[in-house]
Design a protein around this ligand. Structure first.
Ligand SMILES: Cc1ncc(COP(=O)(O)O)c(C=O)c1O
Length: 384
C-alpha cells in the first residue's frame, strides 16, 4: 500500500475513537460503517492543525468553498457548476432533509431505490414524509439496474412530491449512464416532482467507469434539481462535518440561502473540504487505485474461500454488496459473521427488505485486513 494512505495496522486503528472502532468489542474486526482506514491527506491535516494553532475554531464562512468545489468538479468530473450556487451544509443528509422540508408537503411521498443507504428511510420518515419504493431491478447475473417503469409508476402517484436518487449508488457502487439520468430528468419533469441527487460517492469513481454528474445533463429539469456532494467520503473526513449542496437554479439557491441557519457546517470541516477539493487530488488518486486493487483482491478471496457468495464489483466507492443467500444463513448473514467470526459487516436489511440474505463489506482498508475479514467470514460457517 502507498505510504500516503498510512499502514492500516490494527493496533493503530484500534486507538481511533470513531464509531467504527468503538461500536464493538476489541476482538471484532469492524468492516461496516462507511469510513476508510486510510490516514488523512497531509493537505487536510495541515490546514486543520494550522487553524487550531491560531484559535481559528469559530463559526464557518463559505469563503472560496464554492470555487474550490466547482474547480474540482470541472477538472475531475467534467461539470463546472456556478460557484455562487454551491452552499456549505453540515453533512449531506442534513442538506437533503432541509431541502425536503422546504420544498415538499408534510405526509407526501419521497421515492427512493432500495436496496439503498439506510438513513434515507430513517431520516425521511423522521420528518413526516412517506417512503415510496421503486426498487432496483436485479438481473440474472447479479448486477442491478434502475427499473425505469417502476420509477415512472412511483413518480406518477399523486401523493409523491420528490425523488431522491443515489448516484453513484450505495451499496451497489453503480454509476448511472447519461441516458438513464436524462430519462430520470424527463420523468421528474413530467410528474412535477422535486429531484434531489446524492453524489457523495462520486469522487471515488473507479478508473474504468465514467461518472456523469447530474448537473451536466442538458435538461430543463437540472435547473430544478439539488445535487449534494462532499469531501467526507472521498477524503474520509466525515467527522469534520461539512458537505455541499449545489442548486440547479435561482429557485434552489433561494431555498438554500433562506435555510442558512439550519445548514451551518463545522468551520474546520469547511477548511478541510476546501483543501481537499483544491489540492488533495493526488491522495484521492492513490485511494481510488487502492480500492480498485481491493475490489479485485476481494473477488479472488471470495472465489477461493466463499464461492457461494455472489459479488459483482462496483464501479465506485469502497462498499461491497455480498449476496450471501447461498450460505444458508437466513435473512441476516451479518449476524452470523459477527457472532461466530468476530467480523462486523452491515446487515443487508439496513438497506431495505430487498437486502434479506445480503451483507455489505467495507473494503476501504488494506489488502491484509480484507483478507482477514474474508477469513473470519469463512471461519464462521458451520463445518462440513
Ligand atoms: C449515499 C450516502 N449519502 C449520505 C451519506 C452520509 O453522508 P453525510 O455524513 O455527509 O450525511 C452516506 C454515508 O455513507 C452515503 O453513503
Amino acid at each position: 500500500m502507498d505510504k500516503i494512505l498510512g499502514s492500516c495496522l490494527p493496533a493503530e486503528l484500534a486507538m481511533r475513537k470513531s464509531f467504527k472502532w468503538r461500536a464493538f468489542p476489541p476482538d471484532v474486526l469492524p468492516a461496516f460503517v462507511a469510513e476508510m482506514d486510510f490516514t488523512v491527506a497531509d493537505e487536510i491535516s495541515d490546514v486543520v492543525r494550522s487553524a487550531l494553532a491560531i484559535g481559528d475554531t469559530g463559526y464557518p464562512h463559505i469563503g472560496e468553498l464554492g470555487e474550490a468545489f466547482a474547480g474540482f468538479s470541472a477538472r475531475r468530473l467534467g461539470w463546472a457548476p456556478r460557484s455562487d450556487w454551491v452552499f456549505a451544509v453540515p453533512d449531506v443528509m442534513t442538506g437533503i432533509i432541509e431541502v425536503l422540508l422546504a420544498t415538499t408537503p408534510h405526509d407526501s411521498g419521497v421515492v427512493i431505490n432500495p436496496p439503498v443507504y439506510g438513513p434515507f428511510f430513517l431520516r425521511i420518515g423522521f420528518i413526516g414524509r412517506k417512503i415510496v419504493e421503486a426498487p432496483l431491478r436485479r438481473r440474472d447475473d447479479g448486477a442491478y439496474d434502475l427499473d425505469l417503469d417502476a420509477l415512472d409508476q412511483a413518480l406518477a402517484r399523486p401523493d409523491v412530491s420528490a425523488y431522491l436518487l443515489c448516484s453513484p449508488h450505495n451499496p451497489l457502487g453503480i454509476v448511472w449512464s447519461s441516458e438513464q439520468l436524462t430519462t430520470v430528468a424527463e420523468l421528474c419533469q413530467r410528474h412535477g416532482v422535486e429531484l434531489l441527487v446524492d453524489e457523495i460517492h462520486a469522487p471515488l469513481t473507479m478508473p474504468e467507469a465514467e461518472f456523469v454528474p447530474f448537473g451536466s445533463i442538458d435538461q430543463e429539469v437540472t435547473e430544478r434539481a439539488y445535487v449534494f456532494s462532499s469531501a467526507s467520503k472521498g477524503w474520509n473526513i466525515a467527522g469534520l462535518k461539512c458537505g455541499v449542496a449545489i442548486a440547479g437554479g435561482q429557485r434552489g439557491a433561494d431555498v438554500l440561502t433562506e435555510r442558512w441557519e439550519a445548514l451551518q457546517c463545522s468551520h474546520l470541516g469547511l477548511l478541510a473540504s476546501l483543501a481537499a477539493f483544491e489540492r488533495a487530488e493526488y491522495w484521492l488518486d492513490v485511494a481510488v487505485a487502492q480500492i480498485d486493487e481491493n475490489r479485485t483482491a476481494l473477488a479472488g478471496l471470495l472465489r477461493e474461500q466463499l464461492p457461494a457468495i455472489g459479488y459483482v464489483p462496483g464501479s465506485a466507492t469502497y462498499l461491497a454488496w455480498l449476496d450471501c443467500r447461498g450460505l444458508g444463513l437466513g435473512d441476516d448473514p451479518a449476524a452470523t459473521f459477527l457472532e461466530r467470526g468476530r467480523v462486523a459487516l452491515s446487515p443487508g436489511l439496513e438497506f431495505g427488505q430487498q437486502g434479506a440474505g445480503f451483507a455489505r463489506l467495507n473494503i476501504g482498508t488494506s489488502p491484509e485486513l480484507i483478507s482477514e475479514a474474508v477469513h473470519r467470514m469463512a471461519a464462521s460457517l458451520p463445518g462440513p
